[in-house]
Design a protein around this ligand. Structure first.
Ligand SMILES: Cc1cc2nc3c(=O)[nH]c(=O)nc-3n(C[C@H](O)[C@H](O)[C@H](O)COP(=O)(O)OP(=O)(O)OC[C@H]3O[C@@H](n4cnc5c(N)ncnc54)[C@H](O)[C@@H]3O)c2cc1C
Length: 259
């Protein structure tokens, strides 16, 4: 299949429901693409009117293939699809993907996870335009990797034993999550602290500017109460950073990626 251009309305596509309508390159062939920024399903991004050119992986990269004890998963595959596959085929270690929205590309770039369960714990290698790169050759830590190119495929080690009980535990952890549009956690947790606790401590839990607000339910979720704007989101992000720096001398670092 050939690459093509497609219009995406980011006010509908991104989970925080902000952004313009733009032409995006849909990638169906492995290549260089250094002129475009790669996006996944837009669950961890805040997109301005003046964003860079974007590319998204197309359906050629939506696959799950088991080869011996390894699982090869294309990076356009959704987390929910991989979770269903693991359940059906009795594979362990994917239970935490329930309620963790994203494509495999986004999950691996962000080293997404829940508590000590992070996607990098379970991978064997990733595939880029230069071929397979072993996990040992990639730097990764909490919500961070040094990946600076498009990942087309992730290879996982397979372990038998899908755990329904574990999946339930993860589901319960999500019960307090706001049900309004957001991009998940706005800031990374600083070492030995929680961004939500700090935002609450400086009086910003539930604080609203225009139609954007730090959730009254979960302070580290920057939520869109309806027609919220990029400008109001940035105002709140900067306000939280300033206040937390002033009161606690801690530099909050965004988890959300701003374009
Ligand atoms: C309600 C909600 C709850 C959330 N809860 C959690 C949570 O508990 N834990 C957690 O870790 N995250 C959480 N998130 C954030 C989000 O689910 C993850 O960051 C997810 O990995 C984003 O995937 P995506 O495909 O949407 O990526 P996008 O948001 O589209 O992109 C994120 C980053 O990944 C890069 N990227 C995307 N595809 C590729 C690729 N193929 N190759 C290289 N780079 C790529 C992009 O350039 C960008 O830098 C939550 C988000 C929401 C909306």
């Amino acid at each position: 299949m050939n690459n093509f251009l497609k219009e995406i309305n980011f006010a509908k596509y991104s989970s925080i429901r902000i952004g313009p309508k733009s032409e995006v390159l849909i990638i169906e062939e492995i290549g260089e693409y250094s002129d475009s920024k790669i996006l996944g399903l837009g669950n961890n991004v805040l997109i301005s009117q003046n964003h860079p050119d974007f590319a998204v992986l197309g359906s050629s990269f939506d696959y799950i293939e088991k080869k011996d004890d390894l699982l090869h998963v294309g990076c356009a595959t959704k987390s929910g699809k991989l979770l269903s596959y693991a359940k059906k085929n009795d594979l362990a270690n994917f239970e935490f993907l329930g309620k963790l929205p994203g494509s495999l590309g986004g999950l691996v770039k962000m080293n997404a996870g829940l508590k000590e369960f992070e996607i990098f714990n379970y991978i064997q290698s990733i595939k880029t335009k230069d071929g397979y790169i072993k996990k040992e050759d990639i730097a990764y830590s909490y919500r961070h990797t040094n990946i600076n190119t498009i990942v087309y495929e992730v290879v996982f080690n397979c372990t038998r034993g899908y755990s329904k009980a574990q999946a339930e535990v993860f589901k319960k952890m999500r019960d307090n999550q706001p049900q309004v549009p957001s991009a998940g956690s706005c800031f990374k947790n600083p070492p030995n602290d929680s961004a939500g606790r700090l935002i609450e401590a400086v009086g910003l839990k539930g604080f609203q500017k225009g139609n954007m607000a730090f959730s009254a339910q979960h302070a580290n979720f920057l939520t869109n109460m309806g027609e919220g704007t990029y400008e109001d989101a940035i105002y709140l992000i900067n306000l939280a950073k300033e206040k937390v720096k002033e009161e606690f001398n801690i530099n909050l670092e965004e988890e959300i990626i701003i374009y």
